[in-house]
Design a protein around this ligand. Structure first.
Ligand SMILES: C[S@@+](CC[C@H](N)C(=O)[O-])C[C@H]1O[C@@H](n2cnc3c(N)ncnc32)[C@H](O)[C@@H]1O
Length: 347
């Protein structure tokens, strides 16, 4: 029961400097999560309770630093510490298991990679200039960088697959697929979203369109989803053209990678492949739809700016861009963090 005294006592406040310190130390927290993912600590533990010494032996780590690292990992919530000196995976830590259905291991690895961390260290430069610092740091833009760095590209592609796997269910849930006969996923990566769409709509055929080195990894994904026989894989660049022949074009988490001019080029290619009545569904975190995910979308916007000069757009920005290509925005549906913006080709 609350006493009068309790009600009148102002809640303890944390000084602003301490809250700021906590905010800045978020960087170190993320560093522990990424190191945990990179080292494969979750895979070493699985369902077991182990001492830090045996984790160190298993992973070939220095004993004393592994003990200190386990303390830090427990402090940020990845490990549960037992009274007997062992540690086990917490619910949070289990998301860093390589094979768990909702695994975020590769996303954590990408965010801790030298490529991503050095880029974020220059966010102030990006804000000052409006340009991505990536080329100045790494010598090329992020896309060329990934094409020449297979190890980084493997982590990046797997990270994108993990992110989309975790949002695919809600996205497929809001797509009304009954009136379409064929869907092209533009920049569809390894085909995870297309596979889920086709599984939910057995009457549909699909086209997976992405760069050659990316679609080369798609057949396994499509086969294991049982939809490979309904998919045509086409390699190419959406800056040149997009294959026609489908009545629905999905583009998921691609337009936010590009500035407005490059986005216009991509939308132009898609619009040229469409006939009147055909539909485009843009899947992205759209700013300002409601306030539930404002912080996450604002931070993603900074990530896009720093990494590739892209941006998270508002509904109004999408409406205006689409209208330039004869595409009329007809619906916007929230699907978790993402939204699905649908537009119909009108001329
Ligand atoms: C952030 S990923 C999104 C992948 C997938 N749609 C998803 O939602 O997970 C961006 C995709 O755009 C593709 N991409 C980049 N440049 C491209 C181009 N010029 N032509 C076609 N695809 C491209 C990349 O290969 C990558 O698969």
């Amino acid at each position: 029961m609350t006493s009068t005294h309790d009600t009148l006592t102002p809640p303890p406040t944390v000084p602003a400097a301490a809250r700021l310190l906590d905010l800045v130390m978020g960087n170190w927290r993320a560093g522990v999560v990424s190191a945990f993912a990179e080292l494969g600590v979750a895979d070493a533990l699985r369902d077991e309770k182990l001492t830090p010494a045996s984790i160190a032996r298993h992973l070939g780590l220095a004993n004393s630093t592994c003990t200190r690292f386990c303390t830090a990992a427990a402090a940020v919530g990845l490990l549960d510490a037992g009274a007997d000196g062992t540690v086990s995976l917490s619910e949070l830590g289990r998301t860093l298991l390589s094979e768990s259905p909702g695994s975020m291991r590769n996303f954590a690895r990408w965010c801790g990679s030298t490529a991503d961390r050095t880029t974020w260290s220059q966010l102030h430069t990006a804000v000052r200039t409006g340009r991505s610092p990536f080329p100045a740091i790494h010598g090329t833009d992020v896309w060329e960088f990934l094409q020449t760095r297979p190890a980084d590209a493997a982590v990046f592609d797997a990270a994108m697959t993990e992110l989309s796997r975790n949002v695919i269910g809600p996205v497929v849930g809001v797509l009304d697929l009954t009136s379409f006969s064929s869907v092209t996923d533009v920049g569809g990566g390894r085909g995870a979203l297309l596979a889920a769409i086709l599984k939910s709509a057995p009457h549909l055929r699909g086209v997976l369109f992405d760069q050659a080195d990316v679609v080369s990894l798609a057949p396994d994904v499509l086969r294991s989803a049982g939809v490979a026989d309904r998919v045509t894989i086409i390699a190419g660049s959406f800056f040149d053209s997009v294959p026609s022949g489908s009545d629905l074009f999905v583009i998921s988490n691609v337009l936010h990678d590009w500035d407005d001019d490059r986005t216009r080029a991509i939308l132009g290619s898609i619009s040229s492949a469409m006939s009147p009545g055909h539909q485009i569904a843009i899947v992205e975190a759209v700013a300002g739809v409601d306030d539930r995910f404002d912080e996450a979308i604002a931070l993603m916007d900074m990530d896009m700016l720093a990494l590739c000069e892209g941006k998270q757009r508002t509904v109004g920005e999408f409406r205006d861009l689409l209208a330039e290509f004869g595409l009329t925005l007809t619906a916007i549906d929230r699907a978790g963090l993402q939204s699905v913006v649908r537009a119909t080709k009108t001329d």
